[in-house]
Ligand binder design. Structure first.
Ligand code: S3P
Length: 453
């Protein structure tokens, strides 16, 4: 799956209703954090339900290179032996994060706060992504940036201080990755570090830091209380613990929208994490008229999870407020697909952060819609997709730009368009949803082609 392997095209064709049930893989955000907090703890961390996608495996390899013991006990079951805060060693080689923005940025926070030196690199997609947003606060905390590609990108080398400097930092973008990098560096700072965010973003780092024994105070911040001030007391002793990873709502999104748009479908998606900072897509789809039932809500691994029963639905266009973006930031490609089947325009506001994901997702989505005869417009940072309630033509070939979510979104499109849709390369799907093809085929989807790692 490296960026120099041959492209592996896949084609999705319209067909019979999707039926049955599935459990999506473990949440990617939580899986990264379980490996990282396992590294920074004293003792053993046992993880159940880990996403064994390429992104998380890169983070596990980085944690091992920094000194952690790593053992795979079975499918999704991992044992991490931590080194504790201050106990890491210099990795012998460059940390290659492949396609993984989250893994690279969070480990930059870890390295940036501790007396170690490490070089970060990744694939052609990661090499384009902005890292200044992570380096800026880290430099204030005492990190030295020894070398960086032009414009603050990987490859770059960081040397952390003996002790980090506690700071108060307002994040310049609504980004859980920036927040998390600062909090992870702050673990080795004597005193309280506060991260202020104008819009609340996913809170998995805060929740897991508490689970491992850190003191984290979270208070509402700013007008309307939409923001958060997150204050971490530095130099705690983190103790290894058990982590159960719930199913990833961002992966669930693909079979979910597929079931909504393929006529006659009835699919149950089990164990999906319902953290309100991750459920913006479900809120939006319900507003569009989707039939989604939340069944058997329960607690699993410190998060609320539910089974989602999804039936094919007539959708109508809606306005998606910009404030909702952090709670569904990875779901806009698949929402754009749902919107193509809705009656009337769906306006998605405030999508500027989409330009710096695994690809420029705003451009990649727009291009994919255009290839398949779907009406859209981009106005500033807003995307408007207009459907007439009928299946769009399809028949296009979509460029995925090394972006797993572009590949999966447009394959879902092809399950319900009038003509089949091809994506130019499915290799990156394995970064977040390695079982995507067998899962979708198990529901009855017709997807032709294979990807080999
Ligand atoms: C993530 C945060 C989001 C999201 C990414 C995972 C995380 O990125 O897009 O897939 O686990 O913290 P940003 O923080 O850059 O918005």
């Amino acid at each position: 799956m490296s960026h120099d392997s041959e492209p592996q095209p896949l084609t999705a064709a319209p067909g019979k209703p999707l039926t049955g049930s599935l459990r999506p893989p473990g949440d990617k955000s939580i899986s990264h954090r379980a490996m990282i907090l396992g590294l920074l703890s004293i003792g053993e961390t046992r993880v159940e339900g880990l996403l064994e996608g390429d992104d998380v495996l890169r983070t596990a390899a980085a944690a091992r290179a920094l000194g952690a013991g790593m053992e795979r006990l079975g499918e999704g079951r991992w044992l991490v032996r931590g080194v504790g805060i201050g106990g890491m060693s210099d990795p012998a080689e460059t940390l290659d994060f492949g396609n993984a923005g989250t893994g690279s940025r969070l480990i930059m926070g870890v390295v940036g706060g501790q007396p170690v030196t490490a070089t970060f690199d990744g694939d052609a997609s990661l090499r384009k992504r902005p890292m200044r947003r992570i380096l800026d606060p880290l430099v204030r905390m005492g990190t030295e940036v020894l070398g960086e590609a032009e414009g603050g990108r990987v490859p770059l080398t960081l040397r952390g201080p003996r002790e980090a400097i506690p700071i108060t930092y307002e994040t310049p973008a609504a980004s859980a990755q920036i927040k998390s990098a600062v909090l992870l560096a702050a673990l080795n700072a004597p005193g309280v570090t506060t991260v202020i965010e104008r819009e609340a973003t996913r809170d998995h780092t805060e929740r897991m830091l508490r689970l491992f024994g850190a003191e984290v105070a979270v208070t509402p911040h700013g007008p309307g209380g939409h923001g958060r001030a997150v204050a971490l007391t530095g130099q705690p002793t983190l103790r290894g613990t058990d982590v159960v990873v719930p199913a990833d709502p961002s992966s669930a999104a693909f079979p979910l929208v597929a079931a909504l748009i393929v006529p006659g479908s009835d699919v149950t998606i089990r164990g999906v994490m319902m953290n309100p900072l991750r459920t913006g897509l479900i809120t939006t789809l319900l507003e569009m008229g989707a039939e989604i039932e939340r069944l058997d809500e329960r607690e699993e691994g410190g998060e609320t999870v539910a089974d989602l029963r999804v039936r094919a639905s007539r959708l109508k266009g809606v306005d998606v407020p910009a404030e909702r973006a952090p709670a569904m930031i990875d779901e806009y490609p698949i929402l754009a697909v749902a919107a193509a089947f809705a009656d009337g325009p769906t306006r998605m506001n405030g999508l500027h952060e989409l330009r710096v994901k695994e690809s420029d997702r705003l451009a990649a989505v727009a291009d994919g819609l255009a290839q398949n005869g779907i009406a859209y417009a981009i106005e500033g940072d807003d995307l408007i997709v207009t459907g007439d309630g009928l299946p769009p033509k399809g028949g296009g070939k979509v460029a995925t730009h090394l972006d797993h979510r572009i590949a999966m979104a447009f394959l879902v499109l092809g399950l319900a368009t009038r003509e089949a849709v091809t994506v130019d390369d499915g290799a990156m799907i394995a970064t977040s949803f390695p079982s995507f093809l067998p899962t979708m085929r198990g529901l009855g989807a017709e997807v032709r082609g294979e990807v080999v790692a």
